[in-house]
Design a protein around this ligand. Structure first.
Ligand SMILES: O=C(CO)[C@H](O)[C@H](O)COP(=O)(O)O
Length: 229
């Protein structure tokens, strides 16, 4: 089943606790936290203390996407805050394998995030240390950007590489994951959707409606695929 993960940087920061409770009840699958340092990306968002304070309000998976330089220095901080999954950018981790191993040693799922222009060959020697790949479909740093069409080809290539590796590695897509884009990324092999302003945090509908509409839409696509197979 396709996993829905609200991108909490798109929420109202003043009512975050309530938002997490509502989305938990609306039955999202995981919560996605974008961590920015003003260096790797030109923006700032949330940090470990915020994650820690939200941990008591849901049992759903917490997924931290570290858009920061030297991510290896902060793994313990985010693990201690209550994260279940941590992804680091290949472009930012000098010792990528060591950093992924550090995440796994803490008992968490380890992810590699790739900017749109980063080729897939940086994954070649870490297949045995990675649980999920975050393919950025916009350049990271800001919500509300435009989907980059070249990344569709990358999903197909990545799916083939994962199948060849024989490993159980999920593909997460992040950036302008709209109703128009969703069928295209799913048909190419994405399994985890990071849902921001493009499909969940929308002015015209409540979080509850947005989540249930999205779930129905995904179910419809899955039924159509089953019927065609
Ligand atoms: O990673 C991100 C930005 O770097 C956000 O998670 C994402 O872009 C938010 O979604 P949307 O594009 O739909 O607003």
């Amino acid at each position: 089943m396709t996993a829905i993960g609200p991108s909490l940087m798109c929420a109202d920061m003043g009512t975050l606790q309530n938002t997490v409770k509502r989305l938990d009840e609306a039955n999202v699958d995981f919560f996605h936290f974008d961590i920015m340092d003003g260096k790797f990306v030109p923006n700032f968002t949330m940090g470990p203390d915020m994650i820690k304070s939200l941990r008591a309000h849901t049992n759903k998976l917490f997924d931290a996407h570290l858009m920061i330089e030297e991510p290896e220095r902060y793994i313990d901080l985010f693990a201690d805050a209550g994260c279940d999954m941590i992804s680091v950018h290949a472009e930012a981790a000098t010792h990528l394998q060591r950093t992924l191993q550090k995440i796994k040693n803490r008992g968490l799922r380890a992810g590699v995030a790739l900017n749109p222009a980063t080729p897939l060959n940086c994954l070649e020697y870490v297949w045995d240390t990675v649980d999920y790949i975050v393919l950025m479909t916009v350049n990271p740093g800001f919500a509300g950007q435009k989907f980059i069409p070249m990344t569709l080809k990358k999903i197909t290539l990545l799916k083939n590489l994962i199948e060849d590796s024989g490993r159980n590695i999920d593909i997460q897509v992040d950036g302008n994951i709209s109703y128009e884009v969703i069928p295209q990324v799913l048909e190419r092999g994405a399994e985890m959707l990071v849902c921001g302003t493009s499909c969940l945090f929308r002015k015209e509908e409540s979080l509850e409606h947005a989540t249930s509409n999205l779930r129905h839409f995904l179910q419809g696509l899955e039924e159509k695929n089953l019927a065609n197979s």
